[in-house]
Design a protein around this ligand. Structure first.
Ligand SMILES: C[S@@+](CC[C@H](N)C(=O)[O-])C[C@H]1O[C@@H](n2cnc3c(N)ncnc32)[C@H](O)[C@@H]1O
Length: 208
């Protein structure tokens, strides 16, 4: 149990050897299937300027670049292990100037106002401090009419959330209604909720 807890705390912030194992795992398996599912609800323009917050191992940066082939995709993560893996996975696009990955936190986004057409957050908002403040920061960086899309592997509607919250220190699993409330308080409108009943995945999309 202690080992599992140590391993899974790397989902919150990948560090060291176990963290490197974790980011490798995040780039495949159920994360990949869930990311594809979540992205099916997003309309991405080919020239869009996109930010992925909590980009982990960078697989979603690569996916987003396919959807915005003439745009620019940036990733940010507060874990140096995640940043390093994301940079490795997207090395060619970074060399071409189409992708940029930087270390930083969701509660202090180092981007200009109204910079992005789309901001995504896959499997990460559970760990953000002061979620409403973070959502306000995302709102600030979006253009008017831009979208914020959250994709979570746990929809917060089953007993599963207790298991994960016990296992991973500092994790909070949100229900769709909780996210709707926080997004609305941060200034978002047109908040849409998509649920996958089989896996209990959750996708919430909101507009600035
Ligand atoms: C479970 S992983 C998901 C990674 C990736 N988005 C994916 O779906 O494969 C969570 C990631 O969010 C990052 N993260 C958690 N809290 C963060 C914060 N406050 N600011 C930036 N990154 C954060 C972690 O370092 C980790 O890389």
């Amino acid at each position: 149990m202690a080992f599992l807890s140590k391993l899974f705390s790397n989902a919150r912030k990948p560090e060291g050897f176990l963290g490197r194992m974790m980011v490798n795992g995040m780039n495949g398996g159920s994360h990949a299937r869930m990311a594809e599912w979540g992205l099916s609800f997003v309309s991405v323009g080919e020239k869009d300027n996109v930010l992925d917050v909590g980009c982990g191992g960078g697989a979603n940066l690569a996916r987003l670049m396919k959807l915005a082939p003439k745009g620019r995709v940036q990733g940010i993560d507060y874990s140096p292990v995640s940043v390093s893996k994301s940079r490795k996975v997207n090395a060619n696009a970074i060399a071409d100037g189409r992708c940029m990955v930087q270390e930083g936190s969701a509660d202090a986004l180092p981007y200009a106002d109204s910079e992005f057409d789309l901001v995504t957050a896959f499997e990460t908002v559970y760990f953000w401090p002061d979620i409403e403040e973070c959502f306000r920061g995302v709102h600030r960086t979006l253009k008017d009419g831009g979208s914020f899309v959250i994709v979570n592997e746990d929809d917060g509607l089953t007993d599963n959330n207790e298991k994960w919250e016990k296992m991973i220190d500092g994790m909070h699993t949100y229900t769709p209604e909780e996210l709707r409330t926080h997004l609305s308080a941060a200034g978002f409108r047109d908040i849409g909720v998509h649920l996958d009943d089989r896996h209990h995945w959750l996708c919430v999309a909101a507009v600035k």
